[in-house]
Design a protein around this ligand. Sequence first.
Ligand code: NAP
Length: 352
Amino acid sequence: MNANEGEPSLTASVVGASGFTGGELLRLLAGHPDFEIAQATSRSKENKTIGHVHPNLRGLDLRFSSPEDLKSVDVLFAATPHGVSMDHIDAFQDAADTVVDLSADFRLDSEAQYDEWYDGHSRPELLADAEYALPELNRENLADADLIASGGCNATATILGLLPLFEHDVLSGDEQIVVDVKVGSSEGGAGGGEASSHPERSGVVRPYAPTGHRHEAEIEQFLGVDVSFTVHAVEMIRGASATIHAFPEEPVSKGDLWGAYRGSYEDEPFVRMVAGGGGVYRYPEPKAVAGSNYAEVGFELDPGNKRLVVFSAIDNMMKGSAGQAVHAANIALGLEETAGLEFAGMHPVGSP
Ligand SMILES: NC(=O)c1ccc[n+]([C@@H]2O[C@H](COP(=O)([O-])OP(=O)(O)OC[C@H]3O[C@@H](n4cnc5c(N)ncnc54)[C@H](OP(=O)(O)O)[C@@H]3O)[C@@H](O)[C@H]2O)c1
């Protein structure tokens, strides 16, 4: 099905639409050729206009409604905090044949993982039905999927950086891999709390999760390797920027690396390779992808070729959540993969 000509032919709802990723979903869906927004829910902003919360969307003729009264639609996006989707999944699936969840509720494979990394799971029997969405990793699983778990932001940046190295046998999985991700304050959501308040966040490079970040579970599940994972909170608003150090057992050359990355990504619509070219932005840069669904990926080698450094930058609210969710829905529903997602970003731009 590709309904790009004429009026939108599919309906979509956003549950949790007053939040940060909910707002980004509304922005994307409003510009999407195939979707009409049928409902945007918020408990705290019920009956307020969308523009009351998301000033960039003042032109949308729509008001927030209650998540207790869901309309029947083709696809429902859940942009709610961890725990909400698992508890409301029956209502979501009654309302829509395709549910795309932006939270972590359906990303992991087993109840044991939720016991280890989260606070357990209320509907573990559904975990086997859910498809993880990171199209560069597993788009073939997304066609016709009806319960989709959009990949986590920091996990997405990390997996995109590492994937070609495993797909093309540059790394075996036995090497030590150290991942350091710098993240913007919007990762904490609209109710980000004290740590994300402007005076506290301003100017910081704060080790936020030195060890034990929950996205480590996703990375290890989908790449099948252990990673040493640390996250810093920095002053950006948007962005997740991963720096990955790996120590290949056999020396690799730049040519090997270009071969691996081109082999994995040259046909990917949303991955831009940026590896040491000219100009100011010689490596992946969150500013360059702000507001867009693009990921930038690049690499460099130590002299002697013993240490490989990989860089990966995304907008956490786009490639790391709302954009990835729409990309997955496009695939699941048989639409043009890039529909509604072609905005390239802006330059110059301030701290995004
Ligand atoms: N921010 C990011 O960069 C990012 C990236 C990847 C994934 N995610 C995930 O995406 C989800 C949303 O994140 P966010 O940053 O957009 O959060 P957010 O800004 O805090 O928004 C959460 C939304 O959920 C609604 N909500 C809260 N509890 C609810 C409930 N029990 N029932 C129905 N609606 C409820 C809230 O509005 P009302 O209280 O008014 O209903 C609000 O609209 C989270 O699971 C997050 O982990 C976020």
